[in-house]
Design a binder for this molecule. Structure first.
Ligand code: HEM
Length: 191
């Protein structure tokens, strides 16, 4: 059952909750070590697109991913009563939130897979390092979201915190690569 916004369930399960958070940490570190360890294959394709075409496609799919993340943010705001409308929010709002979240995850996987297989986790410039590290954080945050939604051991503020981290990771990935690509290899503050 999905955890509804609500008060903390007390300190009894604090140790167990902390142990559960090792799962997202392990996922993020797993992506890091896979990305640092593999031999990049620049010919790696994304739905048949390679090199510049793959970058362009990733930038467009990444923009669609950001769109889904914005929808998620609005749906979450509606569930938490931050937008006008009846309270509690209709059940359909959380159903759409779950479906859109799954779609966002599924959309991110081929993009991240192409990045990982073509480049790995690179630290060659501040922009590329921020992008690569944020990619690791993204999958840690996806795992954290699932852990927190499925468990009743976390205080009520944990879910919006993890959801916010997920949104920020997607926005930063988009800014450091998709915007950069679509804007002629320029983005404010990035070189
Ligand atoms: C595990 C996650 C990810 C890792 C490790 C990763 C890593 C990388 C690296 C190292 C590059 C090459 C940068 C360069 O040398 O110029 C790159 C490019 C790119 N990535 Fe990712 N990425 C990940 C996820 C994503 C996601 C989720 C998006 C969607 C927003 C994305 C969009 C792009 C785009 C559009 C490019 C081409 C533009 C560029 O070269 O920066 N990546 N990625």
């Amino acid at each position: 059952m999905e955890q509804q916004p609500g008060p903390s369930r007390g300190a009894a399960g604090t140790g167990r909750a902390a142990a559960l958070l090792l799962i997202p940490v392990a996922v993020g570190l797993g992506v890091w070590f896979v990305g640092r360890g593999l031999t990049p294959d620049p010919e790696s394709s994304l739905f048949g697109a390679r090199y510049d075409d793959a970058m362009e496609l990733k930038a467009r799919l990444g923009t669609a991913l950001l769109g889904l993340a914005l929808v998620q943010l609005l749906l979450a705001a509606r569930m938490y009563g931050l937008l006008p409308g009846s309270r509690p929010a209709p059940r359909a709002v959380s159903t759409v939130h779950r479906v859109t979240g799954l779609l966002a995850f599924l959309l991110s996987v081929p993009i991240a897979y192409q990045c990982l297989s073509a480049y790995g986790v690179e630290l060659t410039s501040p922009r590329v390092a921020i992008h690569s590290i944020t990619g690791c954080v993204l999958y840690g945050a996806f795992a954290a979201k699932v852990v927190v939604v499925r468990s009743h051991r976390f205080p009520g503020w944990t879910l919006p915190l993890v959801g916010g981290l997920l949104f920020c990771a997607i926005a930063l990935l988009w800014y450091t690569a998709a915007l950069w690509q679509l804007n002629g290899f320029r983005a404010p503050g990035l070189t």
